[in-house]
Design a protein. Structure first.
Length: 235
């Protein structure tokens, strides 16, 4: 397999992303993002544009995270979903996607329409993101899969980008190694460290370093049967 350079949850941190990508060997490695490119952070729209530009010119795999889904939910059902989305970091995304400052009198429907019109290519890009990527013994996914299913491929769509404890601490009998984000590693290390988290059975690797919360943005290089390199950057 061609090596994969997998990047954890970026959450709008464009400066950290650009710094991390200095370690990516674009001639020899495919680039993969585990989702949550947007919301909170320095400039979510700049991250989306950078990733889309890369995907347009080379082989890049971008997975859907729960924050991408929350943006789509808001656009599709603005009056019901706007308050929740804005409370989860959506304000930074919306402000970075539209050309000028927000009109506080704008209705949820009006705001959604404006985002859809001004960022139509980026929204279309998000709508078509896959839920996981599988190659050899590795599965890349945003949050995880449902181990209670006889076949993990039958995981409910929302669980691919929302699941936590049943995946993190359940028995993995799939024969696969999962590389994922979603849960900041600080929540899994007893010392609150930002280092990459590996499950006791070594079949789950969490690369969400909580960069937007003052942690680290992680990247790992995955080859045939081993993770050969890891990189991290922080503010």
């Amino acid at each position: 397999m061609k090596p994969i350079f997998a990047v954890g949850d970026v959450h709008g941190e464009i400066t950290l992303l650009d710094e991390l990508l200095e370690n990516w060997n674009k001639e020899q490695e495919r680039l993969l993002f585990v989702g949550d490119l947007i919301d909170r952070g320095e400039n979510p729209a700049a991250v989306l544009r950078r990733v889309k530009e890369l995907a347009d010119e080379t082989e890049v795999i971008v997975l859907k995270g729960n924050h991408e889904q929350m943006l789509l939910d808001f656009l599709d059902n603005p009056s019901e979903k706007m308050h929740y989305y804005l409370s989860q970091g959506g304000m930074e995304t919306i402000q970075s996607l539209i050309a000028d400052s927000l009109d506080k009198k704008m209705t949820p429907e009006g705001l959604a329409k404006r985002v859809q019109e001004e960022a139509s290519e980026l929204i279309d890009f998000i709508r078509h993101l896959p839920l996981y990527y599988e190659e050899g013994k590795y599965v890349f996914v945003h949050a995880g899969v449902d181990f209670s299913k006889p076949n993990w491929h039958d995981t409910e769509e929302r669980d691919f980008f929302w699941i936590r404890e049943p995946f993190l601490f359940g028995k993995n009998k799939t024969g696969k190694v999962f590389i994922f984000g979603h849960t900041p590693v600080q929540n899994l290390h007893s010392d609150g460290s930002a280092r990459i988290w590996v499950s006791e059975d070594r079949t789950r690797l969490d690369i969400d370093g909580g960069a937007v919360f003052g942690g680290e943005l992680h990247g790992v290089v995955v080859e045939e049967n081993v993770i050969t390199k890891s990189f991290s950057v922080k503010k």
